[in-house]
Design a protein around this ligand. Structure first.
Ligand SMILES: [Zn+2]
Length: 163
């Protein structure tokens, strides 16, 4: 994806207030992130690891989600499958819960999905980060097709949050 600035990221949030978007933690090393290899940029708040965020581009517009992970650091990583990249990384997957956009979110409605705990789906799909033995299904898809699938899954999740 195209590199984004802190300001672009802050204004891209669809499911939190403007004040929250101004205050939340955005990585300081944006310039060093491997944007070319990212379908979305995901990160956790280093001061509050139960808060996670992701930003991606939908129809040329940055879109960002605020997420909560009810169990930030399980001693036994949950070895499930990520709903975005369909990897089962040894680092585990986490339930990520997004408040719905707008009034529904204010009323407490949320959408949850299991995602790679380290939010590194893009790197797993491209083989740039080792997900561990047996982490990937044997599939006949090309890397390009797996990337497309991940992008589609992330887009579908955002669509559910904003629906
Ligand atoms: Zn993943």
């Amino acid at each position: 994806m195209k590199p984004l600035t802190e300001q672009e990221i802050r204004t891209a949030f669809v499911n939190c207030t403007k004040g929250e978007a101004r205050r939340l933690s955005v990585p300081r090393d944006l310039a060093e992130r491997p944007w070319d290899d990212l379908d979305y940029l995901g990160w956790r708040d280093p001061r509050a690891p139960h808060r996670a965020y992701l930003v991606t581009e939908l129809d040329g517009q940055p879109r960002a989600l605020a997420l909560r992970c009810p169990s930030p650091a399980p001693t036994q990583p949950r070895r499930g499958m990520c709903s975005m990249c369909l990897t089962s990384p040894t680092g585990g997957v986490s339930l990520m819960v997004a408040p719905r956009a707008g009034r529904a979110g204010q009323q407490g409605n949320t959408v949850g999905t299991y995602m790679c705990s380290d939010l590194a789906c893009s790197l797993y799909v491209r083989g740039k980060k080792d997900a561990g033995a047996g982490a990937r299904l044997h599939e006949s898809l090309t890397v390009g097709e797996k990337i497309q699938r991940t992008v589609a899954n992330v887009a579908a999740f955002i669509a559910t949050v904003t629906a």
